[in-house]
Design a protein around this ligand. Sequence first.
Ligand SMILES: [Zn+2]
Length: 341
Amino acid sequence: MKKKEFIFACSITLVFMSVFSYFIYQENNNKKRIVNVMNEQEQTLFYIKDTKEFKEEYQNMYAQILYHEEDSFFHEINCLLHLNYTPQEINNLYNYVHHENIEKLLDNEKIDLEAYYEIPNFEVDKIPRYEQYQEKNKTSLQEAVLKVNIGLDHDFYTQIEEIEDKEDYQVLVNKYRTLKEYEPKDLKSLSYDARYQLREKAADAFEELVSFAKLENVFIRPYSAYRSYSYQQSIYNTYIQKDGRILADTYSARPGHSEHQTGLAVDVWSEGMNDISEEDALWLKENAYKYGFIVRYPKESESITGYIEEPWHLRYLGKDLAKKVWESQLTYDEYYDLYLK
Ligand SMILES: [Zn+2]
């Protein structure tokens, strides 16, 4: 009898415990399950309701805005709604526009950005310059964005900015970006002649390029590699005296603006010549990327790079990036703005 009662009591307790645990479990997962069956619009309203950002007058709008997890999301959508952006426009902004641009919108009057949704590299604060460039040059908006981002709506050597990460192997140096008096720390002499130096990885890659070129009967040698700020200054001044500043600028960089100062650029000549042969230039154009280099100033890119064709000037980027840039057929200035900035 006692045993029976004991078993009965145990069973009842077990049943109660199970039911109780089940309800606790249900309660704990309640919110989670509600969210799972809600669509993303409903989530925005659901989450904002419990925060101090909730504004009653926007309740209907919240219900039409897709939810995003960023911390600043609620504050931003309140600002945007206050500026009269519609929920649909807000959804488009978060779908198409870089977050940095959304932040900049918060301090502006409302701007219609629909034309920019398919142009990922646009920057909100350059919109007046894009429109001006497009008007003046009759280009597509996409092209205007790219050209203005490079700086090409201003003359070369105007609106110059100092490069932030000068040590970066992907560094972009051009007539709008200066290295100031930067000196690389890991220069290494080339085996051909110790006077010619490149940064370590670039030097090793260059040796590889030269030896593999030989196997295909292409014999090249370096004739200029790293150049310091002061050395560049002296050669640029010599060219000015010889040809005048306007002409000198088409083939020689001003100090601070030469890729040679990065220790990642090397000029090459064909063996036995004080120039590069057409065949060797063609081989470099088609093969240099396999060893991590690009021909930086190709034909017909003068309006972008500001330099006449230089089939002898190689820039080290590393194998992965050099291949991508080579495949894109863009100048490095364009590639950098579109994919690396
Ligand atoms: Zn060069």
